[in-house]
Design a protein around this ligand. Structure first.
Ligand code: SF4
Length: 193
């Protein structure tokens, strides 16, 4: 058995308690998935206030890694941004653009977690919609603003659903990424010296 919990500002307060619960229950893993402010999450949070960003997200990830080690319970690190800590962590970016999601009305969706419709498979060829759509092709080829020169890109690429939910553009940089913050901190230190 595994536990998967949404990681938000609210649940981040209880990371260690989640691992304690997982230990008490004897589960195989305790994992977290970042809150994507769409659907019910969008209605409940109104303006992204529950989505962890920047240093808050970094601290939450660090606590998850520490708790996973202390409680000897594995956690899933096969997702964007984890590779910032260690190149052994992270996943294959954009592989969701290889999956097909069709809603109950016959619309091909960009992802299962967005409401972005690519087109109707009732009036278009699925092959054409899926393989020739410029957005899906941009995602597949990693044409992400602000990420292409990043050394972490091949195991990160940022979360496309969160980018879409918070900026309205699938191709924007993940708003949760703290890389720029660290570069700015180093530049500020250099400036002071
Ligand atoms: S800049 Fe982009 S690829 Fe690099 S760590 Fe941030 S989100 Fe990931």
């Amino acid at each position: 058995m595994n536990i998967l919990t949404v990681l938000s500002k609210a649940s981040a307060d209880s990371i260690e308690q989640f691992f304690q619960l997982a230990k008490d229950l004897g589960v195989d893993s305790m994992s977290f998935t970042r809150l994507v402010p769409t659907g019910n999450a969008e209605r409940q949070t109104s303006n992204d206030t529950q989505t962890l960003l920047g240093n808050d997200l970094k601290r939450a990830f660090q606590r998850i890694l520490i708790a996973s080690s202390e409680y000897s319970i594995p956690t899933n690190t096969n997702a964007p941004l984890w590779t910032i800590f260690d190149q052994a962590l992270g996943g294959i970016p954009f592989n969701f653009a290889d999956g097909i999601v069709i809603d109950y009305q016959g619309n091909l969706m960009a992802t299962s977690r967005s409401r972005y419709k690519i087109g109707s498979v009732k009036s278009n060829s699925l092959r054409n919609l899926f393989l020739k759509n410029s957005l899906l092709n941009d995602i597949r080829s990693g044409n992400i603003h602000g990420c292409k020169s990043c050394t972490k890109f091949n195991k990160c690429g940022g979360d496309r659903n969160i980018a879409w939910a918070m900026t309205g553009d699938f191709l924007e940089k993940d708003p949760g990424c703290w890389i720029d913050l660290e570069v700015k901190k180093i530049e500020k230190r250099r400036h002071i010296v």
